[in-house]
Design a protein. Structure first.
Length: 257
């Protein structure tokens, strides 16, 4: 085979080499794009997962400064219920309720005075375990928005909380509609004596994620209906909670033990 005369470069070899280099560059560029896309997808999935797993802010009631032994105070229990009562209360009444639930409204109408009295006289503390499983009963997720308002007002002033609960149930919207708008929830809070400062918490639905998580936990614990009422951990029957002042004997019996 004869050599390239004069030592000149073979144009065919040069062209092949250039084509190979071009293909290599294209492959590198495509690989870089694919890596970037995969990384972007991974970041997107991680961000979505982080957002889904983020429980959001947790409600808390600031401890009162130097409260008297006879003071009514409020706390958020480790299970997410709003506990209202005096420090020495012997009895704990837990009420699992949804603010859109008609049966819960009936329980409140029959027993609100009893619960208010036992808190004030120090016999019992009441744990209002407000959940939101009836969002489907309104077109605006009213259960969640009402439960959120529950935490908002409890944080602001737990001593007014029971009066707020009574007003909320008295103005409970019918199932299947839009539910009360947020500005109405703010108005009810003001009617119960709360300041304008609760408005942002209510309208922003600050505790939305927390409420979803809390509701899931309560339902998984075995709660099958609302209201579900417990006195010192003992579940009460419907006969013991429905009817005017029906819960009073169960509380009195627990206090006497």
């Amino acid at each position: 085979m004869s050599k390239n005369p004069g030592g000149k470069k073979n144009p065919l070899l040069a062209a092949n080499k250039a084509e190979r280099n071009r293909k290599i560059l294209i492959q590198v560029a495509v690989a870089a794009v694919l890596i970037a896309l995969i990384a972007g997808i991974g970041i997107g999935i991680a961000a979505k997962k982080a957002k889904r797993d983020d429980p959001g802010p947790t409600p808390s009631i600031p401890a009162a400064a130097n409260p008297s032994p006879d003071a009514i105070t409020g706390t958020i229990t480790d299970k997410g219920a709003i506990r209202i009562g005096k420090a020495g209360a012997k009895v704990t009444v837990r009420v699992v309720a949804d603010l859109q639930c008609p049966a819960c409204k009936g329980f409140e109408a029959a027993n609100a005075q009893v619960l208010d009295d036992v808190v004030k006289n120090g016999t019992a503390a009441v744990e209002y375990d407000v959940i939101a499983f009836l969002d489907k009963a309104s077109t605006t997720r009213y259960s969640t928005r009402a439960a959120n308002a529950s935490y908002c007002v409890a944080e602001a002033d737990p001593t007014k909380y029971q009066a707020w609960v009574a007003r909320m149930f008295a103005q409970q919207p019918a199932e299947g509609g839009a539910g009360l708008p947020n500005d109405k929830l703010v108005q009810i809070a003001k009617e119960a004596g709360y300041p304008d400062s609760v408005a942002n918490c209510i309208t922003d639905v600050k505790y939305d994620k927390y409420i979803q998580s809390h509701t899931d936990e309560v339902l998984k614990s075995g709660i099958q209906s609302t209201p579900s009422v417990f006195v010192n951990g003992k579940a009460l029957t419907s006969q013991e909670v429905f009817g005017q002042g029906a819960i009073a004997p169960a509380i009195a019996a627990a206090a006497a033990q």
